[in-house]
Design a protein around this ligand. Structure first.
Ligand code: GLV
Ligand code: MN
Ligand code: MN
Length: 411
């Protein structure tokens, strides 16, 4: 079996086709969870699942599964592969979609090679991995893993005021299956690295052994609106300035700490948002990440202390809401070794690495042995339309997934 290879053209064609779904008139790709574009992407995926002769199952949180089951293995726990097909705003075409479509490609290749797996093999496209419209991120896989109740997740209010459950029903993807219905034997996710390591070192395969912790918070600072021309600088309660202080604090602390901590303020808004009015309110998000849980806790504490001090110094009121909190995850050593072995088997270099991005694998690792395979991202660019991975690297990664799946599904 190890000498079979995936159908490169079929994989790359589907990746390009999915990448055209949700493209706006200005050429930008945005396929947010639960949107019309998400529906169109899901419809294409489901048609490919059906074309491949897979059983399609959709759960209440909208996770879509394509299951390849044989009468002789139907009683066994499935080997689960997957990722997500929702995107960020102005996205590239690879993030998530590559893992989902490569998983489908691997299953089709195994079927065509008349491989007889000892257990079912399934591909999942998890709902709302990106978390751009509805927090937390990795939502569908978190619900699948039992870390968040389906009803609570479905009631999530989005950044645009919509409710996830209503949107899923509207686009026809509020499924019948109870989340978690499919209990995986193991889970493997293939993904672009989204960082610079493999590209810089010219290594084609990443064997991902752990994934850093993620802390998402929303900070609201309330000050006082007043006239920009008449209010002396000493008499201001400027929520905008206080927000700027927090942004600078986070960046300076992370840059000088000599640790892998990363800190980002990705969303900000002011009220009343007028050129000649001192902002009465600033609302912004904080994304903090670190592979070490203790250090991530320290960073959260340092931010809390800073906010307390700032509230006094600037005479503003500050409140904080937690949007997501995931601990670092260590992946299954046995699967990581299988990935390295598969890479050796195809004459490819592999490097053990940490994932900087969040992934569905981080959630599914709660309920099954899991690991990830990375392929290089050119210049380490992702969450950006310039996200790119060469066809050669995409195909190589999919063939490593094929070999690992053939091994793991053999017994
Ligand atoms: C998911 O893309 C993340 O924010 O890491
Ligand atoms: Mn992703
Ligand atoms: Mn992403």
């Amino acid at each position: 079996m190890s000498k079979a290879s995936i159908n490169s053209q079929r994989l790359l064609d589907r990746l390009r086709a999915l990448g055209e779904i949700g493209r706006l008139a200005d050429g930008r790709l945005t396929r947010l969870a639960g949107s019309d574009a998400d529906k169109a992407g899901r419809d294409a995926f489901v048609s490919w699942l059906q074309g491949a002769g897979l059983e399609v199952a959709i759960d209440r949180i909208g996770n879509v599964f394509g299951i390849w089951k044989l009468p002789e293995n139907a009683g066994e726990r499935p080997l689960l592969l997957g990722s997500h097909i929702d995107t960020v705003i102005d996205a590239g075409i690879y993030d998530g979609c590559y893992g989902v479509l490569a998983a489908l490609e691997v299953i089709e290749t195994l079927k065509e090679a008349r491989y007889a797996p000892a257990r079912p093999i399934a591909v999942a496209a998890f709902t709302n991995e990106e978390g751009v419209r509805y927090a937390p991120d990795m939502m569908g896989s978190l619900v699948h893993a039992g870390g968040l109740g389906a009803d609570e997740a479905l009631a999530t209010v989005g950044t645009d005021g919509t409710i996830l459950g209503a949107e899923l029903a509207r686009i026809g993807y509020a499924g019948q299956e109870e989340p978690g219905f499919l209990k995986p034997h193991a889970y493997i996710e293939l993904h672009i690295e989204q960082g610079p390591v493999l590209d810089r070192e010219s290594v084609p395969i990443g064997a991902v052994e752990n994934l850093q912790g993620i802390s998402w918070q929303r900070v609201t600072i309330d000050g006082h609106a007043n006239h920009a021309g008449t209010t002396p600088m000493s008499m201001r309660r400027d929520a905008g300035y206080a927000a700027a202080r927090v942004i600078a604090f986070l960046r300076d602390r992370a840059r000088t700490s000599n640790t892998p901590t990363v800190a980002t303020v990705g969303c900000i808004s002011f009220e009343p948002n007028a050129i000649n009015v001192i902002p009465s309110r600033a609302t912004f998000t904080v994304d903090l990440r670190d592979p070490d849980e203790q250090r991530l806790l320290e960073e959260e504490d340092a931010l809390a202390d800073h906010l307390k001090e700032l509230a006094g110094a600037e005479d503003v009121t500050i409140s904080v809401e937690r949007l997501a909190r995931f601990q670092p995850v260590t992946f299954d050593r046995g699967i990581v070794e299988l990935i390295e072995k598969a890479a050796r088997g195809r004459g490819l270099a592999a490097k053990r690495m940490t994932s900087g991005a969040g992934h569905d694998a981080q959630m599914i690792a709660r309920i099954a042995p899991a690991a990830m395979i990375f392929v290089p991202s050119v210049d380490g660019i992702s969450h950006n339309p310039r996200e790119h991975t060469s066809g050669t690297d995409l195909v190589a990664g999919a063939n490593i997934l094929l070999d690992v799946v053939a091994q793991l599904a053999a017994n």
